[in-house]
Design a protein around this ligand. Structure first.
Ligand code: NAD
Length: 499
């Protein structure tokens, strides 16, 4: 049995806590490795190494820090196949989707190459007699991030690339379900020239997270995962005086107007609803056709598409639409929620129960499900399922459709499919959701924009990547300097006002 490690101060370090978690191959259901779960002492060792290394890294000029990121991009491309294979083996997603996971992270690394520009401060010449005023964006020191299982390459890179290029050290506590790719990323970044101790990977569970939250050296915490944990980390981190941003769960609605191209909408829904087995925070999990006639046309188009979805292991090649879900517990939770949908009166028009894949009977595969006639009070509507289950809620008007999305507690992403520019503009303006697609089902912003939901999908003030990330990972210092000899004329006792 392979025993994974931590990556502390430039070296793979075995776990010493005696506690481990199983890392599964979701396609076969086998335990393929065990990952150590850090205790306080291991976390403190990493934090001490980060604290020792960070000042010298912050003193490296921003251009040189950016060059490490340039080299890192080359190495990610060099090792793309290896990374994707390791990612699929632990997560279960298809190889093309795993490459997308790496590429969407790599794009943020590319954005970070622009650090010298983003870190420039402001300057006012002659703000007063002999007075100049300027601001600096300085690193925070030692920062940390806690990431989910569903994007084990992308989300760590969204956090550590901006943190590090700003001159911080970063402690990554990845998901214990798929920790191998984060460890590989740390090795690659050192190969790219990053000094030891600046990026460390400490594996673990709640104990490791709590060690981060209660350590005074840690200046900021980034979190991506489910909403209850996001709320806990936000509250605890803030109470301990840290800068915190937490991104939580989702229930993304796609509104289909009567004038939409129904084939385009159905294709979009199938990709966005079932891709990655629905384990994406930007997956569409609720389709809201406007009017019964639209709903009937949509369902008619969806059924054959959903029934034709090919479910299989990543090793089956490109001819698989989605793979298994991450654990047996995730599978059981999806099956439980599907049963509540049936019990509470939704109509299961594509029944993925009893899905069986020959030769992979112990894998965590879930067949594709499509529900019609879902209502607001049902559990499958209220809760995030995080599986290949699409719910259709029929709305009788545009106002009812937009109201559904606005009333839902989550506010990560949403989309409208229409040919009517007026409806699309109104939707984009009024909706209380952070990321909006117009005829685009998964509107994940590109690296140079920012990513973040609203409502219970986000706790904090600044989004991930884009310009916000440079704000999150730096603090501003403003200097007022005067060089004439006026200071010899005696003290001033009223608050200075520029002449
Ligand atoms: P999770 O909340 O179970 O775990 C996320 C991280 O928190 C992991 O590193 C885990 O070890 C840690 N953790 C788990 N329990 C903890 C506890 N009690 N105390 C402290 N830390 C704990 O989430 P997951 O299952 O890995 O990921 C799926 C969730 O993430 C979904 O809800 C999904 O919507 C969400 N997600 C959100 C975004 C976003 O940007 N909004 C992106 C990706 C995933």
């Amino acid at each position: 049995m392979q025993e994974l490690s931590h990556y502390i101060n430039g070296a793979h370090v075995k776990g010493t806590s005696g506690r481990f978690a199983d890392v599964f191959n979701p396609a076969t259901g086998e335990v393929q490795a065990k990952v150590p779960l850090a205790n306080d002492a291991e976390m403190e060792q990493a934090i001490a190494a980060a604290q020792a290394a960070q000042p010298a890294w912050a003193a490296v000029n921003p251009q040189r820090r950016a060059r490490v990121m340039m080299k890192f991009v080359d190495l990610l491309n060099r090792d793309m196949d290896k990374l994707a294979e390791a990612l699929s083996r632990e997560h279960g997603k298809t190889i093309p989707d795993a490459k997308g996971d790496v590429v969407r992270g790599l794009e943020v690394v590319e954005f970070c190459i622009g650090a010298p520009h983003h870190l420039k401060g402001e300057f006012t010449d002659s703000a007063g007699p002999g007075i100049d005023m300027y601001s600096m964006k300085q690193p925070l020191g030692v920062t940390a991030g806690i990431t989910p299982f569903n994007f084990p390459a992308m989300i760590p890179m969204w956090m550590f690339a901006p943190a590090i290029v700003c001159g911080n050290a970063f402690i990554l506590k990845p998901s214990e379900r798929d920790p191998s790719v984060p460890l590989m990323l740390a090795e690659l970044l050192e190969e790219a020239g990053l000094p030891k101790g600046i990026l460390q990977v400490v594996n673990g569970d709640k104990a490791a997270v709590d060690a981060i939250l209660h350590n005074d050296v840690i200046q900021s915490v980034g979190f991506v995962g489910s909403t209850p944990i996001a709320e806990y980390i936000y509250a605890t981190g803030c109470a301990n005086g840290k800068r915190v941003q937490c991104f939580g769960g989702a229930k993304n609605h796609m509104i289909i107007m009567p004038d939409a191209d129904m084939d385009q909408a159905a294709d979009a829904l199938v990709g966005a609803g079932y891709g990655a087995a629905g384990e994406r925070c930007m997956a569409i999990s609720v389709a809201v056709p406007v009017g019964d006639e639209t709903a009937d046309r949509l369902i008619e188009k969806l059924i054959p598409r959903v029934e034709a979805l090919k479910v299989g292991p990543y090793t089956a090649g490109d001819d698989v639409d989605y793979g298994p879900v991450v654990t047996a517990a995730a599978k059981a939770n999806i099956e439980r929620l599907v049963q509540t949908g049936i019990d509470q009166g939704a109509k299961l028009v594509v029944d993925g129960r009893n899905f069986n894949l020959q030769g992979y009977e112990d894998g965590f595969f879930v067949g594709a499900h499509l529900f019609d006639n879902v209502t607001k009070d049902m559990d499958i509507y209220k809760h995030e399922i995080f599986g290949p289950v699409l719910s259709t809620v029929r709305a009788q008007s545009y106002e009812e459709a937009i109201g559904l999305a606005m009333d839902h507690e989550y506010g990560n992403g949403t989309a409208i499919f229409t040919r009517d520019g007026d409806a699309a503009r109104d939707f984009a303006n009024r909706i209380n959701i952070g990321m909006v697609g117009v005829n685009v089902p998964i509107p994940v912003p590109l690296a140079y924009h920012t990513f973040g939901g609203w409502k219970k999908s986000m706790f904090g003030d600044l989004n991930q990547h884009g310009p916000d990330s440079f704000k999150f990972y730096t603090r501003t210092k403003t200097v007022t300097s005067r060089w004439p000899s006026g200071i010899k004329e005696g003290g001033e006792f009223s608050i200075p006002v520029m002449e």
